[in-house]
Ligand binder design. Structure first.
Ligand SMILES: *[C@@H]1O[C@H](CO)[C@@H](O)[C@H](O)[C@H]1NC(C)=O
Ligand SMILES: *[C@@H]1O[C@H](CO)[C@@H](O)[C@H](O)[C@H]1NC(C)=O
Ligand SMILES: *[C@@H]1O[C@H](CO)[C@@H](O)[C@H](O)[C@H]1NC(C)=O
Length: 476
């Protein structure tokens, strides 16, 4: 029997027509609180940095919109459940709004309405046999904590630890997969280097992002250690971090470009996930050397103490991966004397005009193999992968994207990569941060002019539902 199955597997696997999914690969969809919930000031919720940014600087959002209502999932979560039931996903990844649970960010005040909201959602998911996969922090920091310096304040690690403890206590009996922080690099580079996150106007080239990154890693590790010490035995779940990564393909085979591509990966992924618990050595040396040349008295990359390195080392039960794009990376020297992250990294990215925009599945396979080789083949859960477009219901490109990327994923598993989960961003169109509603990633169309925010399955939703049901990626 077993031989037959393996034989059948290899026949189908090698066939160009269709591809069977490994039986232990779980399939899901993802969202994030600010992007879907709305109810921005409902029943005791506190203000967060995205409320603040969109209210005070609508000019900084592409279409001058807000997430005040968004998909209105705060009121319409049962409609969300219908979509999940239609797709029959194994898991649903969503995030908790910190300021809905703890309006001021601290644990002195817990909002019962926020607790009830997430209890209802989690209970309904479990009733439907859908695993809740919960992100603690997906970018919507309580404004109150931002006023105290946000992620550049080292005490934020402690405040996050306390928030995590409350969440584990409240929901950890039912939630068995926790993601501490979504995309540390996006948070710190976006906000403090490139000035395209929230809050605005706090960018401080070459400096702020390293303070932010340092605190975020300590916050993540602190939450992980709290789970270990106080909850793991009773609750038996797992805790990881979600890292965003491109695949960095060397633009040429010249050693300068090959090294640049390695730096791109180390400055992006290596800084968050490492076997040593410390920053990658290439990063320590480059930021240190640049800082010296710029006449700083110490490195702009503040070091970890040996105790902190021990805290961080091994502080993830899995590697959560968000992947969207592949870039061609070349070496780039920045003669400029002013400090900057991009100068520290010393790379330049371009995309091949011959590529289908956003559809480079071989990059996904290479990235998964790189993670396998770099980190002793850790357990990987793909926590986001998706395709953005103008929002048509007849979303042909997204269907192509989905099939191609899932094929690349299965190929990577065949290469020996330990991937056990795949999660599409997103179950429905939503508020895409500074892009507002100008780009759509949903498997479902959401009518944002309709008070009922009607959700309609796109072609890709039918395709994904079929893949989940048949556990086969259909052929061309
Ligand atoms: C800093 O951020 C602001 C808005 O958030 C942006 O206009 C400006 O270009 C950014 N500066 C740099 C150097 O990136
Ligand atoms: C670099 O070398 C590899 C192996 O020889 C080859 O497959 C690849 O196409 C080369 N890349 C470029 C950009 O020339
Ligand atoms: C969206 O909803 C509005 C208001 O109910 C309706 O007039 C419009 O036809 C809907 N649009 C689509 C594309 O369904």
């Amino acid at each position: 029997m077993a031989t037959k199955i393996i034989l059948l597997w290899s026949v189908l696997f090698n066939s160009a027509q269709s591809q069977i999914l490994p039986p232990d690969l779980k399939l899901g969809v993802a969202t994030a609180s600010y992007q879907i919930e709305g109810g921005w000031n409902a029943n005791g919720k506190g203000v967060n940095i995205w409320d603040e940014l969109t209210h005070t600087h609508p000019d900084l959002v592409a279409d001058h919109t807000t997430g005040d209502v968004a998909c209105d999932s705060y009121h319409l979560w049962q409609d969300d459940l219908k979509m999940l039931k239609f797709l029959k996903v194994d898991h649903y990844r969503f995030s908790l709004s910190w300021s809905r649970l703890l309006p001021g960010g601290f644990t002195n005040q817990i909002n019962p309405d926020g607790v009830a909201y997430y209890n209802n959602l989690i209970n309904a998911l479990i009733t439907e046999g859908i695993e809740p996969m919960v992100t603690l922090y997906h970018w919507d920091l309580p404004q109150n904590l931002q006023n105290l310096g946000g992620w550049t304040n080292p005490l934020m690690a402690l405040y996050f630890e306390n928030y995590a403890r409350v969440a584990f206590y409240l929901f950890g009996g039912r939630v068995k997969t926790w993601i501490t922080i979504n995309e540390p690099s996006s948070i710190c580079v976006g906000t403090y280097e490139d000035g395209d996150g929230a809050p605005a106007f706090v960018n401080s080239s070459g400096i702020g992002l390293y303070l932010c990154g340092r605190t975020i890693l300590l916050a993540h590790a602190a939450a992980y250690r709290v789970y270990d010490a106080e909850f793991r035995k009773k609750q038996g779940g797992r805790v990881g971090i979600t890292i965003d990564s491109i695949w960095a393909e060397p633009k040429t085979n010249n050693s300068a470009d090959v090294e640049a591509a390695t730096r791109e990966m180390q400055f992006g992924v290596g800084v968050v996930f490492s076997l040593s618990g410390n920053y990658p050595s290439i990063m320590i040396s480059r930021v240190g050397d640049n800082s010296k040349r710029e006449h700083f008295m110490e490195s702009r990359l503040p070091p970890f103490t040996p105790k902190e390195i021990k805290l961080i080392q091994g502080s993830s039960d899995f590697f959560g991966l968000n992947h969207y794009h592949t870039w061609l990376i070349a070496n780039q020297d920045y003669p400029d004397s002013s400090p900057s992250y991009h100068k520290d990294k010393g790379t330049k990215g371009t995309q091949d005009p011959d590529w289908e925009p956003g559809i480079v599945p071989w990059g996904f396979r290479k990235l998964l193999n790189w993670i396998k080789n770099e980190y002793n083949n850790p357990l990987v859960i793909v926590t986001e992968n998706g395709y953005g477009d103008g929002g048509a219901v007849d979303d042909v490109n997204r269907v192509v994207f989905l099939k191609e990327f899932m094929r690349a994923l299965v190929a990577a598993i065949h290469d020996g990569c330990n991937v056990k989960g795949y999660t599409v961003w997103s179950v429905m169109d939503n508020m895409e941060w500074r892009a507002g509603y100008t780009v759509k990633f949903g498997l479902h169309y959401v009518n944002f002019t309709d008070v009922k925010r009607t959700r309609t399955p796109k072609c890709s939703a039918y395709v994904y539902a079929t893949i989940i049901k048949e556990r086969v990626i259909p052929g061309e």
